[in-house]
Write a protein that binds this ligand. Structure first.
Ligand code: CP3
Length: 340
């Protein structure tokens, strides 16, 4: 088993800088498009053989150092009593019961058995670690309150400021859901987990600290020590110090902050994951190679516990597959050479 990814998470020596790509399974891959033409997205997520196959596609193509379970952050909301649709165009659409008190507590093994079955299939196939994941409670809450994606998240902020008791109550319910869901994935065999907090970066640092951080700490606390926990906040560069307080083993960063500056601010005790702009994959190879080298060199600074190379957010559907492969090969080649 190639365990460079897990070793980097734990701050142990690695042969090279491990790399995987957020959203590495998906529409930029022709073999994904082929399966997707036959099944809708939810069917893919809920059919273990299909979800496992789609998880493996980028592993075969790209030679990445970790696989991420194919699913979606919104999947555990369905058994809570929320209707979720993924229309062919535009973002997801959610319909929730009027009364928040009607949300149900979920039992992951009973309500989402297909996720654990997918993990079990994958463990037999993979010789790299499998990452499980969940949406973080605030990001899940925004999808519930906004009934989908949003521009300025006014409904979420009105709810947070105007009905803060109810807000925290929903955050608590979602946190319990996340703890149960991630624990079930770990029990099934996931070797690391990532919490995606795509929308926490819309908050002021003060509001992140007051409304989000206590809940995330409560989730990470019991999971830590089990498997490495990665916490990724899109747009979180302005309050990295607070993000570090979450207790995560690895902090994911987007491309809006220089990774060297992020490392200086994170200080010791955590590893860092990131941070190439997904659009940089559209640079000519020579220029891209320079950017990759710069990130790797900064990631090798001794003040940080470890570095996992990744994009700063999901790979774009328009990305040429060869460019993604070039990225992974370059990370391996450059970082192995720099270690000599
Ligand atoms: O390869 C992987 O990374 C694993 C699978 C994965 C998906 N979604 C598959 C997916 C993961 C980890 C996610 C996380 C996710 N989903 C996030 C957090 C990360 C991020 O990107 O910020 C969020 C916010 C979602 C919610 C979501 N799912 C949206 C807004 C959309 C529509 C927009 C889009 O990108 O298509 C989805 C759909 C989705 N999730 C697709 C995939 C492959 C596209 C579905 C399709 O084939 O049409």
């Amino acid at each position: 088993m190639n365990d460079n990814f897990l070793r980097a998470c734990r701050g142990e020596k690695t042969d090279y800088t491990p790399v995987w790509l957020m959203r590495q399974a998906g529409r930029y891959l022709p073999e994904y498009q082929e399966i997707r033409a036959k099944y809708d997205f939810m069917t893919l997520c809920k059919t273990p053989e299909l979800a496992a196959e789609v998880t493996l596609q980028p592993v075969r193509r790209l030679n990445v150092d970790a696989a991420i379970l194919f699913s979606d952050i919104l999947i555990p909301l369905e058994p809570m009593g929320i209707k979720i649709e993924f229309p062919e165009k535009g973002g997801p659409v959610l319909t929730s019961p009027e009364d928040m008190n009607q949300f149900k507590e979920i039992n992951p093994e009973k309500d989402l058995p297909f996720v654990m079955e997918t993990i079990k299939i994958l463990l037999k196939e993979l010789d790299i670690p499998l990452i499980g994941f969940s949406g973080a409670p605030f990001t899940l809450l925004t999808y519930i309150v906004e009934q989908g994606s949003s521009k300025n998240f006014l409904k979420t902020k009105k709810f947070m400021y105007g009905e803060s008791k109810q807000f925290h109550k929903l955050m608590e319910l979602l946190s319990d859901t996340v703890i149960g869901f991630l624990s079930a994935q770990i029990k099934a065999g996931a070797q690391a987990v990532q919490l995606f907090d795509t929308w926490a970066g819309i908050l002021t640092p003060r509001d992140f600290k007051e409304y989000v951080l206590p809940h995330v700490k409560k989730i990470i606390g019991p999971l830590k020590g089990n498997v490495p926990v990665i916490y990724f906040v899109l747009n979180g560069g302005t309050f990295l110090e607070y993000i570090k307080e979450s207790g995560a083993d690895v902090i994911g960063i987007d491309w809006r902050i220089d990774i060297g500056m992020a490392i200086d601010r994170l200080k010791d005790g955590v590893a860092v994951q990131g941070n190439l702009d997904p659009c940089e994959l559209f640079l000519p190879e020579e220029k891209l190679f320079e950017r990759i080298t710069d990130i790797i060199k900064k990631g090798m600074r001794s003040s940080i516990r470890g570095h996992i190379f990744n994009l700063g957010h999901g790979i774009l559907p328009e990305t040429p597959v060869e460019k993604a492969r070039f990225l992974v090969d370059s990370v391996h080649e450059i970082s192995a050479r720099l270690r000599k």
